[in-house]
Design a protein around this ligand. Structure first.
Ligand SMILES: [Zn+2]
Ligand SMILES: [Zn+2]
Length: 342
């Protein structure tokens, strides 16, 4: 196509509000009337493969630069489409490989996705003039759409395939259909037609707090909010502890008992939160949020009941915030716990 190698591309869409880098790139390719792979090979060369990696997470500089220059988009705006922009808020320090706190794992195998690492809100997609994927949909605690207060989807409701909009080219969808990102690449189901599902909630206040934690990620979010790296990290730590049993004691059983609801089956093994299904995450997050509502009192109650131990609360937790450290410090002497019974 003429013009594609010129300094400025003929089509110069800007990212939509909170749009994910990969979503923007796919729209640009389609805007030029090309398949994603063809477009990328032409622009970046065959050597620079981006779709077999998590490009939204890795966000190589050359890709950021290229997109910024060719679309005349300020580099900061391009940078903001990447998951690296969450550094210092959702995780402490970016790293190339391994788990990254709160960033859902795609578990890529060649160009295929084996993990359910991208979620969507069918109603948001249906309301979009041009359906696109948001950056916050890659976040593990974002289980409910804050706008519609309905459950996010982490897979196609018809065939259960992971959402992978960049593979839609394989399907024979009309190239001019601006809504093509909304189709399942595997079976062609229109995700916009998925029913809106009310979120299951156990405790009203815990649900409000979960929505509050999600709100922070919404573009244009304003107002006082207490969520920072420290608080998100404690939430993560508690969610992880909730999946484990230590010497036959379980914090999860304790919280379930306190709230008065029953457990669900969780995938076993060493599975991080970022690899779990939305159903499991939503369950665990509600229990963790119940603790987060009043961590001092509720963790102490759990500790006095023997449901959690001092060393477990700090296990693998690098740089916990001071407020958490001082709560946990109170549980360092097991004799105090016994004393309370006399
Ligand atoms: Zn929505
Ligand atoms: Zn499908």
């Amino acid at each position: 196509m003429r013009g594609i190698t010129s300094p400025l591309w003929p089509i110069r869409y800007r990212p939509l509000p909170d749009e994910l880098l990969s979503s923007w790139l796919v729209r640009l390719a389609h805007g030029h009337g090309m398949k994603v792979q063809t477009f990328c090979n032409l622009i970046f060369g065959n050597q620079r493969q981006i779709w077999n990696r998590d490009m939204d997470r890795l966000a190589p500089t050359w890709l950021i630069d290229e997109l910024s220059q060719r679309t005349a988009t300020p580099a900061q705006i391009t940078w903001n489409t990447t998951l690296r922009s969450y550094e210092g808020l959702l995780y402490r320090k970016f790293k190339v490989s391994g788990g990254l706190q709160w960033i859902l794992a795609l578990k890529l195998y060649h160009r295929k996705r084996e993990g359910y690492g991208l979620q969507c809100c069918p109603t948001c997609l249906a309301e979009d003039r041009i359906p696109y994927f948001r950056k916050r949909w890659r976040i593990a605690f974002y289980t409910v759409c804050t706008k519609h207060q309905t459950m996010m989807l982490d897979r196609c409701p018809q065939c259960a395939a992971a959402i992978a909009f960049h593979r839609i080219d394989i399907m024979n969808v009309d190239a001019l259909d601006a809504g093509r990102l909304a189709y399942c690449h595997e079976c062609g189901f229109d995700l916009r037609a998925a029913p809106a599902v009310e979120p299951l909630f156990y405790d009203r206040d815990a649900t409000v707090l979960l929505l509050n934690a999600c709100d922070v990620l919404d573009p244009g979010h304003v107002g006082d909010n207490k969520w920072d790296l420290g608080r998100y990290s404690v939430l993560h730590q508690l969610s992880m502890i909730l999946t484990s049993k230590y010497r036959h004691v379980s914090l999860r059983d304790f919280v379930l008992d306190q709230i008065g609801c029953s457990d669900i089956r969780l995938a076993t093994g060493r599975i991080s939160l970022e690899m779990r299904s939305i159903k499991e995450r939503h369950h665990l997050l509600q229990l963790a949020m119940w603790l987060m509502l009043s961590p001092g009192t509720r963790l102490e109650l759990a500790w006095r009941s023997g449901a959690v131990r001092y060393n477990v609360l700090l296990k693998d937790f690098s740089e916990p915030p001071d407020w958490y450290r001082s709560i946990v410090r109170r549980f360092s002497n097991w004799r105090d716990r016994l004393d309370s019974y006399h």
